[in-house]
Structures are given as C-alpha cells and as structure tokens.
Write a protein that binds this ligand. Structure first.
Ligand SMILES: Nc1ncnc2c1ncn2[C@@H]1O[C@H](COP(=O)(O)OP(=O)(O)OP(=O)(O)O)[C@@H](O)[C@H]1O
Ligand SMILES: [Mg+2]
Length: 431
C-alpha cells in the first residue's frame, strides 16, 4: 500500500474513533438527562398526586391539558378521559356562564382569587370549589393557557352547617339554663317576697278596718241629720262620734292605703319581671331601688341575717334591662349571704357609683372568701361548692352572661381582710 493512502486510512480510523467516543459520550449525556427528566416528572407527579386541592391546567381555549388525582376522584374520570375536554364539561350547568367570564377576566387581570365554582360531582351532586385562577405563559411570555386550583368546600360547608346547628342548640340550652337558674333562685326568694308583701298588705288591711269603723260612724251621724233633732243634739252626736277627727283622718288613711297597694303592685311587677322569660326592653329605672329590693328579698329568708350596709346615692338612674339586673344582684347578694351563713358578725357591704359612662356595683362580704384555686372556676357552669340541693352552680355563669350581653362585665376578687368582692360594671345607658 502506498505510504500516502496508509496515512489517510489511519486518519479515517482515528476520526471514526473520535466520532464513536463522542457518540458514546453524548449517549451517556442523553441517558443522564433522561434520568433527570424522569426524576423531575416523578417528583412533579408525586406532588400533584399528594395535593388535596384540585389542579386543572388548560389551553387558551379552555381545553384540559393536565389534572391531578384530586380532580379525578371528585369527577370519577381518569386523566386520559379528561384531557382534551372543555372546562365547561366538568363544571355544573349553572357555572358555564361564569367560566366564560372567568376566561375573559383572567386574561385581563392575570389572576383571580376565591371565586366559587361547582364541579359536576361523580355522585350527581355539585361539588363546590373555592377557585384561584392564573394565566400561564411560555418562556417567551406568550399566553398558553390557565392554571386553576380549587379547594373543595363541600365538607367545610357541611362542617359549618353542623357547627351552626350545634351553636343554635347551645344557645337554646343556655336560655334554658338562665330560666332554670331563675326558677331555682325564685324558689329560695319566695319566702322573702312573701314577707315583703306582708308589710304593705297588713297596713292596707289595718286601714280598711279603720275606714269601715269611720263609715259606720259617718252613717250614724247622717242618719241623725233629719228634721226632729235640734242643732245642739246633732253637735253632741258629732262630738261623740268624733266626726271631725274622722274627716281629718280619712285623707291620710286613703293615701296610706293607696301607697300600700302601690307597693304591693310594685313588688308583683318586680316579681313578674324577674320570672319572665320574655326578651326585656331597655327602660329607665332607679338602680338603687333594685339593689335595695334584691337585698330585702334575700335577707328576709336568711336564718343568720347579715347586716347590710349601703353606700350609694338615693337615686342612680340607668337605662337597662331591669329584670335581668335584678337577677344578677339577687345572685350576688344570695352568694354573699350563703358565704355568711355560719359567720359571727355577718356583714354585706354594697357600694354603687358612676364612673364615666359606666355604673359600678360592688357586693362585698366578710365570709371565708374564695380559695385561690377556685377563682378561675366560679364563673363556669355547674361549678358549686354548696351541698346538693342548695346550689346549681349556675348563678355566676348566668350573671356573667347577662353582664356581658348588656355590654358590661362581672369580676371577682379576694378581699384583703377576708371575704369576697364581686364587681358588676354596666353601661349607664344601654340604649
Ligand atoms: N361571696 C362568695 N364567697 C365565697 N365563695 C363564693 C361567693 N360567691 C360565689 N362563691 C363560690 O362560687 C361558686 C359558684 O357560685 P354560683 O353563684 O355560680 O353557684 P352557687 O351559688 O353555688 O349555686 P346557684 O346556682 O344556686 O347560684 C359557689 O358555689 C361558691 O363556691
Ligand atoms: Mg349563687
């Protein structure tokens, strides 16, 4: 072989070697890239499969390109059945107009958050989704479609509905608790109220007896006022029957009787308001009088009668719900009286004063006080340290609720010298 052609062959073979090794190298590169691509795809696939939110990728014409497992489960269709279909085919009939509008809006603003659309669910029931939609662009910035992510809110709605029903039942139970607490308190108060009624009734009865006697005397005198009796005889009879004193007495006697009847009517009204289960209107009243009535009703029934010291103005006008505040005050004073049942010098001090827009009422006693461990528990329903049959443990729970509902507050603290102090704060004008 001539020397020139041998060299040429060697060059060709070398070239072939080079090409071959380049081929091997690029083959290895391709394999590495492929492995990476598969890894990335598996990663994306696992992320999409793990998503509980629904994912839909579609082209600019709203034809589905890719979905995740959450959507497959909700629609009951596989991804290969969904790809290529129009978005409107998987959404409920009444959402079709929204989808058309959505497409236009996303194009305009780029992103839409929290719009609600319902999928046509596999069980025939619409499955509501809270959707976020965003425009999708390619590497050159051209619009290539939309990405929709939806959170199923059917379960959430169901949970809300259940929560709402539970809340409704709770409110009803709370109202029943308020009534039971009131009835329990009323049971204890009856003796005190009867005592309160007894006073005015006994002096109304006394006055009626006197009036009957007076009527008899006046009748006798009028019967004598006929022709045949001399003026002197009549004058003597008038003196004997004490007609002048009777006439002077009748006015105050009637006034006193009316006052007694008014007092009875007030007590009956207080009692009716206290026991009523109707929603009370806000009205103007003298809080000082309600405080006194509450104390009177409670103390009258106590065996070991505490002394009650008031430090409050004669009139403390407020606009509020009188019957409810009466209930709170009876609760607080009853608790103080209970704490003093075995005490040697039982004393309840009640203060009432105005502070800016609020009126404060403080009920303090010199009993054993509230143990530090109980101070956080006393406002809980059914917490009581009293024997069965004496306390329901609802008094403070209900009172706290009433105070809060009226825009006020009820707090408890230990008294430095021993005993407990409860402070009720209510707005002076709850209109
Ligand atoms: N003035 C007070 N001194 C000491 N402890 C008190 C006082 N007031 C309340 N407590 C404590 O708070 C608990 C709860 O009071 P709450 O009024 O809610 O229920 P109760 O009085 O036990 O029962 P009831 O439902 O009849 O009112 C009482 O059992 C008592 O232990
Ligand atoms: Mg109580």
């Amino acid at each position: 072989m001539p020397e020139g052609s041998e060299t040429a062959w060697i060059e060709v073979i070398q070239k072939m070697d080079d090409v071959y090794s380049e081929l091997v190298q690029s083959q290895t590169q391709v394999e590495i890239q492929n492995a990476r691509l598969e890894e990335t795809q598996a990663f994306i696939g696992s992320v999409l499969a793990a998503m509980t939110d629904v994912l839909i990728v579609c082209d600019p014409e709203c034809r589905i390109q890719r979905v995740n497992r959450a959507l497959e489960e909700l629609t009951g269709l596989r991804e290969n059945e969904l790809v290529g279909t129009h978005l409107s085919e998987i959404f409920a009939q009444d959402c079709h107009a929204d989808i058309t509008e959505l497409k236009a809006r996303v194009r305009n603003v780029g992103q839409i958050n929290d719009c609600e659309l319902a999928l046509a669910g596999s069980d025939g029931q619409p499955a509501p989704l809270a959707m976020n939609c965003a425009i999708r662009r390619d590497h050159r910035g051209r619009i290539v479609g939309m990405v929709l992510v939806g959170r199923p809110i059917g379960e959430l709605r169901k949970a809300y509905r259940e929560l709402d029903e539970a809340h409704h039942r709770l409110t009803q139970t709370q109202q029943q608790l308020v009534v039971s607490e009131k009835m329990a308190a009323l049971g204890r108060l009856v003796a005190g109220v009867a005592h309160e009624l007894n006073n005015p009734i006994s002096f109304v009865l006394g006055n009626m007896h006197a009036l009957k006697r007076y009527a008899k005397s006046i009748g006798k005198y009028l019967a004598a006022c006929k022709p045949g009796h001399s003026p002197e005889e009549l004058e003597d009879l008038r003196k004997d029957l004490k007609i002048d004193r009777i006439l002077k007495d009748i006015g105050p006697l009637l006034e006193g009787t009316t006052e007694g009847a008014d007092r009875v009517s007030d007590i009956v009204q207080d009692l009716r308001r206290f026991s009523s289960n109707q929603e009370e209107p806000v009205e103007q009243f003298n809080l000082s009088r309600v405080v006194r009535t509450s104390a009177d009703w409670v103390i009258k029934t106590e065996r070991n009668k505490p002394q009650v010291a008031f430090d409050m103005p004669e009139r403390q006008d407020v606009f509020g719900r009188k019957g409810q505040l009466h209930q709170v005050l009876v609760n607080l004073i009853q608790n103080a009286a209970d704490a003093l049942a075995e005490c040697d010098n039982p004393l309840i001090e009640i203060r009432c004063w105005q502070e800016n827009e609020d009126v404060l009422i403080e009920v303090a006693d010199n009993g054993a006080g509230i143990p530090p461990g109980n101070i956080d528990k006393i406002f809980e329903p059914f917490f009581t340290t009293k024997p069965i049959g004496q306390g329901t443990g609802l008094g403070l729970y209900v009172s706290y609720g009433i105070a809060q509902k009226q825009g006020g507050d009820l707090t408890a603290r230990r008294r430095p010298g021993g005993g407990a102090v409860f402070t009720l704060r209510i707005p002076a004008d709850a209109r």
